[in-house]
Design a protein around this ligand. Sequence first.
Ligand code: ADP
Ligand code: MG
Length: 636
Amino acid sequence: MSDTKTESFEFQTEVKQLLDLMIHSLYSNPDVFLRELISNASDALDRLRFEGLTNPEWLPEAELGITLRVDPEQRLLTVSDCGIGMSREEVVLNIGTIAKSGAAEFTAALKKKQGKEIPPELIGQFGVGFYASFMAADRVTVTTRKAGADTATRWESTGEGGFEISEAERATTGTDVTLHLKAAGGDAGTPDYADEWGLRQIVRKYSDFVSYPIRLETVGGEESKGGDDPLNSMKAIWTRPDDEVSEDEHGEFYKHISHDWSDPLLHIRTRIEGNFEATALLYLPSVAPFDLYHREMAHRGIQLYVKRIFIMDECRELMPEYLRFVKGVVDAEDLSLNVSREMLQQDRQIEAIRKHLVKKVLEALGELKQNDEEKYLGFYSQFGPVLKEGMLDPREKRERILDLVLCASTVNAGKLGSLAEAVDRIPEDQDVIYFLTGASLDTITRSPHLEAFKKKGIEVLLFSDRVDEVWLEQNPPEYKGKRWQSVDRGDIRLGSEEEQQAAEEERKQEEDAFGELLGRLRVAVQDRVKEVRLSQRLTESPACLVNEEGELTPQMAAILREAGQDVPETQPILEINPTHPLLVKLRELCETDSSDRRIAEFGELLYGQALLAEGGRLDDSAAFSRKLADLMLRAL
Ligand code: ADP
Ligand code: MG
């Protein structure tokens, strides 16, 4: 046609890389391309039905369904739906790019896997299901017409380099994805996707529960034996008795609703009974999606149904933000079919369902933690930091979250263990939980703040996720009757009353002896710290920095600044260790000549290395290095 404008586009680099992997078929199971295309068709029908509530004229007269059209002669397979369709802009955006925020992560993940088989979770994490078509086809065309529009768009690509967009014709709303199938057999042993029997098997295996009928049509062939019956049973999986649903079926259903390619970690089935009724089938993923921390993107994956009819996706009202990784379906009996997102926010019934679901998820996690430590550790390594965001949710009973928290400690050599068990180990007469936070486990395990605790055999819990700074800062509730006490805050006194008294005596004497030196050091670092004092927490290191009780930690201050908050600068306290030989020598030097210039230099170096020891950054690292080099030179 002369009036058809054809425009060529290059694939985004990341898409090229992905397609390259798909085409050269490093992926072990090409059959799943059909699952992905059917899943997209089903999503498009869901969206049309939802939009149809406000635009009833968009709904077709014919039944909402999906058709697989095979032409064995031409080796064509078309997946056709009468769903929402796409505009020209949407086609370009949806099929040809990976969401911006995901692109960098994708490249990084891909680098790590170079040359190896693509792990399904890598693909699933980035929601790139459509591209799976290129495992079965050497050319794909998409013809689509958006609901409410008069014109259609055609997308075409061989999967190498780029794609072409042109105007097209389509009699009704919806989308056809046509695969020009690769030759069957060959070295790669490509299955024959033009084979009717094979297609039936694949649909049964991967898409049986899809709630729209999937029909098979053979072009030019005789009437297929099954007549007009759908290939899928369409039976909602959550309405079937639990013991009749196999793990495989759960796996496929989960992949359909979550767009993930890995099997779920576990499923939770629950019923709400009483004034109103609902059934829920929830899944915990085993792998975190790349966008878990992209606030705007990490959609919560709960689908809302009313009496088996799909109402909406991403129903945020049913799951709190900190459980955004939970996927699944809620099927309510008594809600209106015309419920809108706005109505959900005030709906008491929805609120009650939400509470029930949160309880069930936390209970299931509790059981997993109890019964399968290794699996729980796997879960926690993926989702622990998100779960702990629950400590910041004002609606949440925070003890419930604490029961699920894992942490490292000075007694378990950097391994994660149960917080609850650690707190049970605390002696009865110690009424606080000692803890330390920091940017990495590596730095905090070696922190000078821990020295006295290690020496006295007092366990300190170590937290190194970013979110830990935040919830531990916000006055966490007593846990098992014990208060939280940071070991890098305020004045720490350890031991029994007598021991403390003896220590106090000793400190008085030391303070007299060190008075002059402390004064000199204060002058040397007065613009960096607000006080220099003797430490009770150091046994090996010469110095450390501490904050006053109730003050922000430097890490927390950094987090808040990053979030755009105006945080006033606060200065730490420099604590020095009076028993350290360096300080003993320095004191002697000060006694001999209190105006010795080296004292000030040492003061700055002590401050600098205390800052470095806790993973901090020096304002003027060049000056610090220079001083250090000078000192080394003189020492030689
Ligand atoms: P995902 O389904 O995880 O979003 P896909 O690669 O499978 O990723 O699909 C990319 C996007 O293309 C979809 O989000 C959707 O917007 C669009 N799309 C794909 N297939 C269809 C279809 N049959 N009808 C309408 N839109 C579609
Ligand atoms: Mg998809």
